[in-house]
Design a protein around this ligand. Sequence first.
Ligand code: PGA
Length: 262
Amino acid sequence: MRTPIIAGNWKMHKTVAEARALALAVVEGLEPDRRVEVILAPPYTALSATAEAAAGSEVEVAAQDMYWADSGAFTGAVSPPMVAELASHVIVGHSERRHVFGDTDDDVNRKAHAAHSHELIPIICIGETEVERDAGRTDEVIVGQLAAALQGLAASEVRSSVIAYEPVWAIGTGRACDPGEAARVIGLIRNWLEAEQDAEAAVSIRILYGGSVKPSNIAEYLNHLDVDGALVGGASLEAATFLPLVACARDVVAESGERRGS
Ligand code: PGA
């Protein structure tokens, strides 16, 4: 059985004080015994405050990115050991990193390796642009990004990674991907893992959907058994919209848990 994940990516939002308040609101608002993994990804400056607010709770903390080198003359960058002091997870390959900051498939792969070397779980984001989708290249792009990101990882590292399928055109646009289509692409990812990695990875890895997820549409995604949760931007910025996502995931587990991952 795969435990669903609801991860909030706060992007370039929240000062330290705002992050602390939101993290505390999430921690205090979560119902116990929820069988859902909850991850908060604040900006670097608020990692420490978020980790303090989450201490003693089941809420986990992620960085939104990192550089792969352990240390050195890399002005503005943050290293895996720095992140590992404060977080359990790190997002790598988010489309904003790829398209605004120029991260390549090779960068994403280096970051995935660096994460595992420092016992951080990478949340590896992949997704096609609108141009690629319109050209009928979605599956090829997804498989290409996936193969590049996982290149050279040990089987155990692949299994413990988290994948997020985030169609670029659905991020922050309010144009969420059709849930059936998101589930189809996630199924494609699982089939590729089974064919090219190992059957255990295909069964055990968590694959999330991301792109304009909100309380009113999340159930449509989670009802597909291949979809193991959501990576959420806009709707993660307030406890009032984030907590219902976790509650929905809990309800879906309660209803379909025994079939998940079988
Ligand atoms: P969104 O962002 O929920 O605001 O579309 C998703 C993401 O970037 O992970």
